[in-house]
Structure formats: C-alpha cells, structure tokens
Write a protein of this length. Structure first.
Lengths: 188, 158
C-alpha cells in the first residue's frame, strides 16, 4: 500500500550572489509579533527559540493537517512543494525524514534525499519533489513526525525546513489495542 | 419527530458461582499491528487488597489469539474460559487482559463465589437413608414373613 503526504515549503529564492551577507547578524532579537526572545543564526539563516537550553528552529514543525495510518512494509511517499523564482539551480538537496520530534529537536529515524535541478523561473512557479519510504520492520510506534528541507545546490538555495507533528499512525510489531471491553460472562 | 438513540456501555450484573465452576468470558477489542502476531489473553478474578489489584492466579484462564497484520483498526470478539479453583468464597472482580501490557478491561464485584457443597453433606444424607433403610428393612421383612407363614398354613390346611 502506498500513501502520500504532501508538505509545502512556501516561497523562496536563491541567495543573491551566493555568499551575500545575511540580512541579520547573529544574535538575540525580539519577535515583534509575540514578544518572544529569538536567536538568529546566520549559518543556517534561521531564527531559533531556546527551550531547556536547546535551540529549536522557530516554527518549522506544525500540527499535521491529516494523519496517515501505516504498517510494516507499507510505502509512504512524501511530496514537498514550493514556489521558486530565480536562476536555474543544479544539485539542490531535497531531504526527507521520519522520526521523533521532541524537546531535544528532531530525532531522525529514517532519512532519504534527492538531488534536484530546477530550471530558471522569472515568476514564482510551483516545484515539487518526492521521496518514497518503505516502513521497516523495526519501526517504533512513536516515529510519527516528518519533516523535509531543501538546501545547497549551485547557486546555493537557503535552507528551508517544514514538518508535521503526529502525521503518522504506525502499526508496529507490538499490537496497539483499543476499546477493550467485557461483553458477557457465564458458567459453561 | 426526532428520535434520539443513545448507546451506553452495558453494565455487567453480578452473578453467583460456586468453587469449581468454569466461566466463559466474552470480550471484544480493536487492534492494529504491523505484522502477524500472537497474543495471550488472560481472564482472572481479582480483589482489591490494601488498594492493590490482587489477581487470583490459581483461577486464571488463558487463550492465545492470532492477530493478522492490520494497519486500520480491526475489531475482534472472542472468549476465554477460567475455572474457579484455589479461591475462597467471596465477591471478586473480573479482569480480562493482555498480560504484561496495560490492555484489558475489568468489572468490579461481579463474581459472587460460594463454597461448593461438601461431599460429606451428601454422604450424611445418604448414610441417614441407609441407616433408616437398615432399621426399616428387617421390620418389613419380618412382617412379610409373618404374612407369608399364615398364608402357607392356611394353604396347607385347605
């Protein structure tokens, strides 16, 4: 059985000049919308929040819009889509992972990646890429989070991440039982 | 007119049993599992002692169930037997569970267990009957013998 899950990375462009300095310098900022203290890392070009001493990329994990039920041997195709405008890109990495997202970030259990070439677009144009995982026999029932990202390439694209929490319901080797009830009992 | 139907779980009524009875419990659950597997179901009476659920292991019954691979929830309805043995008279709950997991269902105070009738109770009755017969039989016998004797004399006289 093959199931598809789609993620939208939004809109992005390549770096202008490849090694342009980032818009922000490394340091702490105040999010004007939430008042939350956030940290900007120019290497990953992402904002982070800090929880329990761990820097967590800001807002890349989202509640899943739907849940997909899978068992061992099933195939899950994850499709990412994004809108792109800019010069042609070769060798960008489209990266996919299934794992466990928690207080210490995303614990990747399964990963896969494609090398992606994107033609030149002068207006934002939708681009898609997909990767198919086969659920292995050692799957844990808590491997229910997924994320994907695109990065690198020539010219280099900024890293864009997007993920869903609790997107998968995995039937592992141990049965998951619900609605257990006693219906009747009588002397034989 | 709107008809409103409400489905509520059935309450299990307490029932009386005697020590030695075998009880069949029917249960149901839903499951998902990534590969064919076998689980063990246990049915066992229990009582709470100092707030802890104490299973009466000597009365436990077991059954192995084969669960076929299912990624969507599948409903199973099955039954398991257990025999009330090594159990004192009293009121017990009924637990059906997958041992070693938190999966199961229980119903408090539904098994009212009484002592099985003692074999001596029946024996005493039988013995009393035998003794009565032992006392009555000779009396009846002698009465018949007297009657037969009279008839015999009369027969010979005629």
């Amino acid at each position: 059985m093959e199931t598809t899950l789609a993620l939208d990375l939004g809109v992005f462009r390549v770096h202008q000049g490849g090694d342009d300095p980032p818009e922000y310098v490394a340091g702490w900022y105040i999010d004007p919308q939430t008042g939350q203290r956030i940290y900007y890392d120019p290497n990953t070009e992402k904002f982070y929040t800090m929880a329990g001493g761990v820097y967590i990329p800001l807002g890349y994990m989202n509640p899943a819009p739907k849940q997909v039920t899978l068992a061992i041997g099933d195939k899950l195709r994850i499709t990412m889509s994004f809108k792109y405008s800019g010069p042609a890109i070769s060798g960008a990495v489209c990266y996919y992972s299934i794992g466990v997202y928690g207080a210490f970030g995303f614990d990747e259990k399964l990963v896969g990646q494609n090398s992606k070439s994107i033609p030149q677009y002068t207006t934002p144009t939708e681009v898609t890429d997909s990767y198919t995982f086969t659920i292995p026999s050692n799957v844990g029932s808590d491997w229910d989070d997924i994320y994907c990202k695109i990065y690198d390439g020539s010219p280099k694209v900024p890293q864009n991440l997007f993920g869903y929490e609790n997107a998968l319901i995995l039937a592992g080797l141990e049965p998951t039982i619900s609605d257990f009830k006693i219906l009747d009992f009588a002397k034989v | 007119m709107d008809l409103e139907i409400v489905f509520a779980p059935l309450e299990l009524e307490p029932r009386q049993f005697v020590v030695g009875d075998t009880i069949r419990v029917t249960f149901a659950f839903k499951y998902t599992v990534g590969a064919d597997t076998t689980i063990t179901i246990q049915a066992v009476p229990y009582q709470y002692r100092l707030g802890i659920l104490d299973r009466i292991g000597s009365s436990a019954g077991h059954k192995e169930l084969r669960l076929a691979r299912a990624s969507e929830p599948v409903e199973v309805q099955e039954s398991v037997d257990f025999t009330l043995q090594g159990i004192a008279p009293g009121t017990y709950g009924l637990l059906v569970e997958v041992p070693g997991t938190t999966y199961g269902a229980k119903a408090d105070d539904v098994l009212i267990v009484t002592e099985a009738p003692s074999p001596w109770t029946g024996m005493m009755g039988m013995m009393a009957m035998v003794m009565m017969l032992g006392m009555v039989a000779p009396m009846v016998e002698s009465a018949f013998a007297k009657e037969e004797g009279v008839e015999g004399v009369e027969a010979r006289a005629s």
